[in-house]
Design a protein around this ligand. Structure first.
Ligand SMILES: *Cc1c(COP(=O)(O)O)cnc(C)c1O
Length: 226
């Protein structure tokens, strides 16, 4: 377990050195990881976790220390919404109106959500196309219980590390950050949009440079998934 602590310390150092002027939080993506490993990350000071399956989460996270935030970062089916709002402190993968409808209807109080954006417009990925995000948020007042706290960006994986490929991904990150800033500057009361969740193990340093306020790291902390 000590290697988990060391990896976290190293990542936090990188975050600190790349973003001296802004805060950026580390989200530990604990899908496919044992409770023992999750606890090691908590002991190392991580208080934000991401999971992508409602069922796996309900079994693993029977008790969540109150200072720990657990957010959904995987595709959410509408028939799992009810369980999801019991397990998670927020859902970062709002990608369609029908999901927002269902969620809003099942909630009693305000609830934190994020819009998931398919930044590279890939067929294989979930998320809204960048071109429709602004309009979606503009009309999101119709879901009075949803508070849109940010944007979660899904980016293409680098197929190789050629200069062209690297440039393309970094450009998509810049464009997503720009879209986030534009929407945030609208000042919609229902969409404070304080967070830009972008970057994973292989590309978080680029995401930080582009302006991410949350980076989502799984294997870089825990090693290979079980
Ligand atoms: C699994 C996952 C991550 C973490 O990926 P790693 O490569 O393990 O860092 C981040 N975001 C989402 C949406 C994921 O599903």
């Amino acid at each position: 377990m000590s290697e988990i602590k060391e990896r976290i310390a190293r990542i936090l150092e990188r975050i600190e050195s790349l973003r001296p002027q802004h805060d950026c939080r580390l989200m530990a993506v604990s899908k496919g990881q044992s409770w023992e490993r999750i606890q090691a990350a908590m002991d190392a000071g991580v208080s934000l976790f991401g999971e992508n399956r409602v069922q796996e989460c309900g079994q693993k996270w029977l008790v969540r220390p109150h200072q720990v935030e657990l957010r959904m970062i995987g595709r959410l089916q509408r028939n799992k919404v009810k369980s999801a709002i019991q397990v998670f402190s927020g859902i970062d993968t709002i990608d369609r109106e029908t999901l927002a409808d269902t969620l809003d209807r099942q909630l009693a109080d305000q609830f934190s959500v994020m819009i998931e954006v398919n930044a590279g417009e890939e067929n294989t990925k979930t998320g809204m196309l960048p071109a429709v995000v602004r309009e979606f948020l503009e009309t999101a007042e119709r879901w009075p219980r949803l508070r849109f706290d940010g944007i979660l960006a899904m980016l293409p994986e680098a197929r190789d590390l050629s200069l062209a490929e690297t440039k393309r991904i970094r450009r998509l990150m810049q464009e997503t950050a720009e879209l986030w800033r534009i929407c945030k500057s609208e000042g919609w009361p229902w969409a404070p949009l304080d967070e830009l969740s972008m970057g994973m193990t292989s590309d978080f340093e680029w995401a930080l440079e582009a302006g991410a306020t949350i980076v989502r790291i799984g294997q870089g902390i825990f090693g290979p998934r079980q």
